[in-house]
Design a protein around this ligand. Structure first.
Ligand code: F6P
Length: 549
């Protein structure tokens, strides 16, 4: 692949950004069909991208950029099971996890769909047993609480989905998620649970992750301590992993293990057995609907022309903002309480995938890659950091995510939230001119001197870009489609930046050092050698060792 910046379309885009463009406000006035044209929809989701700082010409160049970067071939390679995760020599087939029953999916010489459906059938049976009260605790109690112990991709996806779809949970068990290894997280959860009726799902692709194994050991000690019988582990622990040997070593019978495969990346794994908490909390039918929504988005992504392709457009708009307008971050603003974990989920998806600075061939990238994703539910954001988004010195593109159907929410309250979403997107686009601000203050009767002093503070520059993603409703199908759309957006951007979106070497160094530091923190172990660390690191270790306990 040539370097992104050497592509002809990239160079033309560089030129375009130098042209002074009319403001968004002016463009809306000049072109009444702008919004009707700048829309895309699929699978119950509509994207209105008309409040972005581009016009048809820039969009055409961005589409050409995707073409020159070989996007069509890369999509084919991913769906075809080629080993596009080159540094780990792995295929990337999370898309196969959501293929409908009855499909065949040949990759690497085998039908991966058959393996996927076999595990899905076991997940279905198990979650029905737990939900129906056939699978009981060691002493015969019905399972009332399920605790997922995992981190990163083995936590964020199921946690986000269980919360987002809580209104669809019927009378499933209560779900808890433990990821932090500080002892507080597991302590808080076990205090709320009765060991006799609690099931632990230990979720780890590798089954070597320090935090997860430490929490799993703590949970087992709590359970065995309370029930007084090591044999209780068999009814209260199941595992989700690709590493059967490590699961066995931990003491979980592999009959109670749900497997997946090395071609499922951690941050793309909620569709695999890592989604077991979703099936347990919401029921296997809801999990199937989630998969169906994602599959439907996969089909849209694979077949829709780029100019009408929701994930492709989302990716290209991001590229324009990051690489040509200089945005260093991307704000995610869901206007729905149940989606409040979505930004955290998307942080791993995007930043672990594309937070890279070398290209496939190991040479440095010559452009900015993943922006910093951040945010939380939009209403809270308005009362915290939206000041910066409106009047700060940085360009912060926003993805506003709204839901049309109020679901079980009070319609009047839901409408207030929706009104705020619409208003924020409008305010960022329009801004408020000095003349408007002055007129407002005059109407309020402020004296001239006060108006002059306040005027610069009360002007909004506007012209700040945003997307609005509208979900018809927040149900499993639409949520599945939304997540898949963001996955493909990440993939498309990785293709254009020519980075491997599917490895994560950047997390290794900290893990290695933590193992060494952990041993050195033990006050009974010899102090680290004087030259083992820099002075700051040594000082921190020493402070911990001597702290009275
Ligand atoms: O530290 C990063 C990471 O490797 C993620 O990619 C992964 O989702 C997470 O850790 C958890 O890994 P595992 O499922 O193997 O415990």
């Amino acid at each position: 692949m040539p370097a992104p910046s050497s592509l002809a379309a990239w160079q033309s885009l560089e030129q375009r950004r130098l042209h002074p463009l009319p403001s968004l406000r002016e463009r809306f006035v000049a072109d009444p069909s702008r919004t009707a044209r700048m829309q895309a929809g699929a699978c119950g989701i509509t994207l209105d991208y008309s409040k972005n700082l581009l016009d048809d010409d820039e969009l055409a160049l961005l589409l050409r950029l995707a073409d020159e970067a070989g996007l069509a071939g890369r999509i084919q390679a991913m769906f075809g099971g080629e080993r596009i995760n080159t540094t780990e020599a792995r295929a990337v087939l999370h898309v196969a996890l959501r293929c409908p029953p009855g499909t065949r999916w040949q990759a690497g010489g085998s039908d991966v769909a058959a393996e996927v459906h076999a595990v899905r059938a076991r997940m279905r049976a198990f979650s029905q047993q737990v939900r129906g009260g056939e699978w009981r605790g060691h002493g015969g109690e019905r399972i009332t609480d399920v605790v997922n112990i995992g981190i990163g991709g083995s936590d964020l996806g199921p946690a986000m989905v269980c919360e987002a779809l809580a209104d669809h949970a019927d009378d499933g068990p209560r779900m808890h998620f433990v990821s932090n290894v500080d002892g507080v997280h597991i302590g808080d959860v076990t205090r709320r649970c009765d060991p006799r009726s609690t099931l632990f799902v230990v979720a780890s692709k590798t089954f070597t992750t320090q935090e997860t194994l430490a929490n799993a050991h703590a949970a087992r000690a709590w359970l065995v301590g309370a029930l007084g019988d090591e044999a209780a582990v068999a009814r209260h622990f199941v595992a989700v992993s690709t590493n059967a040997a490590a699961v066995r070593d931990f003491g979980i019978d592999t009959a109670n293990m749900f497997g997946f495969w090395d071609w499922v990346g951690g941050r793309f794994s909620l569709w695999s057995a890592i989604g077991l908490p979703i099936a347990l909390a919401l029921g296997p039918d809801r999990f199937d609907e989630l998969l169906a929504g994602a599959h439907s988005m996969d089909e849209h992504f694979r077949t829709a022309p780029p100019a009408a392709n929701l994930p492709v457009l989302m990716a290209l708009l991001g590229i324009w903002n990051v690489n040509f307008l200089g945005a260093a971050s991307q704000l995610i603003a869901p206007y729905h309480q149940r989606l409040h974990r979505l930004p955290a989920y998307l942080q791993q998806l995007d930043m672990e995938s594309n937070g890279k600075s070398v290209r496939h061939d190991g040479t440095p990238v010559d452009c900015r890659t993943s922006p910093i994703l951040w945010g939380e539910q939009g209403i809270n954001g308005q009362h915290a950091y939206f000041q910066l988004v409106h009047q700060g010195t940085q360009l912060v593109p926003v993805d506003f995510i709204g839901v049309l159907d109020p679901g079980r929410a009070h319609e009047g309250l839901h409408r207030i939230a929706f009104a705020n979403l619409v208003a924020q997107a409008e305010a960022l686009m329009r801004g408020k001119t000095a003349a408007e601000a002055e007129a407002e203050m005059r109407a309020a009767g402020l004296p001239d001197a006060r108006i002059a002093a306040l005027l610069p503070h009360r002007v909004f520059p506007g012209n700040r870009p945003s997307n609005v993603l509208l979900l018809d409703r927040l149900d499993p199908f639409t949520l599945g489609a939304l997540i898949a759309a963001y996955e493909h957006r990440t993939f498309v951007q990785g293709v254009i930046w020519d980075v491997n979106s599917f490895d994560q070497w950047g997390v290794e160094l900290g893990k290695q050092l933590a193992a060494r530091v952990l041993a050195e923190l033990d006050p009974h172990a010899p102090a680290p050698a004087a030259d083992a660390h820099d002075a700051s690191t040594r000082g921190l270790i020493e402070r911990y060792r001597v702290h009275p306990r």
